[in-house]
Design a protein around this ligand. Structure first.
Ligand code: KIV
Length: 336
């Protein structure tokens, strides 16, 4: 056999160890199959160590017990994965995606298709949290029918469990339409960032008695329309607390103090995954310093690659002395 043919045969043999035969079908490991896989138990937990799936019922139970509901944004598979693994009750694919994951100036730029794509990634990761997708500006305001069409796409293509939309009284018919089709809606009142131009920027809402009454009217209207909970953004703590007490569904606060029924934060903000000096809103608590840790790791990789300290022997694959000698003999023959 010619040297090049024998090399080819050996490479094929080696490759076959790593490729699956055409007949291969992936089967879940037995240890991953503890859930009841039937069409009537789609919410069953799928592994021995996984918590039970969060559902509207379990969220209601938390609310009734007075246990705060934890909500965090995620915009891709890794951020969805860690939020789910850390036990978030709700993972929100917020349209803050526009700025924090796509580098856009504000949320008005992000498209329905882009939101759906990111919802698909997060939903694949978040196996136990209740996943909500944020309807982007332009995908729901024209008519309740338009909103329902968008919401259905979020569920069918984005694989989310429910949708969020911004607005109060004026959005009540839209919320009714979507929830009547069996899609849970998380409302969003107070500061509604998609309307920042009309609101004169990111302004705290409900700072006067008239303003506070308007937030309450919005809250009662979206509750009546059938949403399962509402985000209350940038409202004085006392106002948000009083409004929460007037409702029979949960409020999820962001910049609204700790009298709400739960809290939501943007993941990149609270994990500190941004360069030093960036503005973050007053209500954000930085629980980590992901930027510094990533920077430290990437700089170390850069330095070790430049100095050839990486890869070290333990990062390489072995070859037997005989095979190496044979390879070198073949190469010498080729050079002769
Ligand atoms: O888009 C988003 O991330 C949000 C939350 C901050 C509530 O709307």
């Amino acid at each position: 056999m010619s040297p090049s043919k024998s090399i080819l045969n050996r490479s094929r043999a080696l490759l076959s160890q790593y490729t699956r035969p055409a007949s291969f079908t992936a089967r879940p490991l037995l240890s991953q199959c503890h859930g009841r896989f039937s069409s009537h138990s789609p919410m069953a937990p799928v592994g021995p160590n996984l918590r039970k799936k969060v559902t509207l019922n379990s969220l209601r139970t938390l609310y009734k017990k007075g246990e705060p509901i934890t909500v965090l944004t995620a915009h891709d598979f890794p951020s969805g994965h860690v939020a789910d693994a850390a036990g978030m009750d709700i993972v929100l694919v917020g349209d803050s995606l526009a700025m924090v994951a796509m580098g856009m100036e504000d949320t008005s730029e992000v498209l329905l298709e882009e939101m759906i794509l990111h919802c698909r990634s997060v939903s694949r990761a978040a196996k136990t949290s209740f996943v909500i997708g944020d309807l982007p500006m332009g995908s729901y305001e024209i008519a309740p029918e338009q909103a329902l069409e968008s919401a259905i796409r979020f569920v069918k293509e984005g694989r989310v469990h429910g949708v969020k939309l911004e607005g109060g009284i004026e959005m009540a018919p839209t919320i009714k339409k979507i929830t009547s089709a069996g899609i849970p809606v998380l409302a969003h009142i107070g500061l509604t960032p998609q309307r920042q131009n009309a609101l004169g920027g990111f302004r705290v809402q409900g700072k006067t008695s008239a303003g506070a009454l308007k937030v309450l009217e919005d809250a009662l209207a979206v509750q009546e329309a059938g949403c399962f909970a509402m985000v209350v953004e940038a409202v004085p703590q006392e106002v948000a607390t009083l409004i929460t007490k007037k409702l029979r569904i949960p409020t999820i606060g962001i910049g609204a103090g700790n009298g709400c029924s739960g809290q939501v934060l943007v993941q990149v903000d609270m994990t500190g995954n941004f360069p030093p000096g960036r503005f973050i809103p007053k209500f954000v608590k930085k629980y980590g310093d992901v930027w510094s840790e990533s920077m430290r790791a990437i700089e170390a990789y850069r330095d070790e690659t430049k100095s050839r300290a990486y890869p070290a022997p333990e990062h390489t694959y072995p070859i037997s002395k005989d095979e190496l000698a044979e390879f070198e003999r073949i190469l010498d023959g080729k050079n002769a």
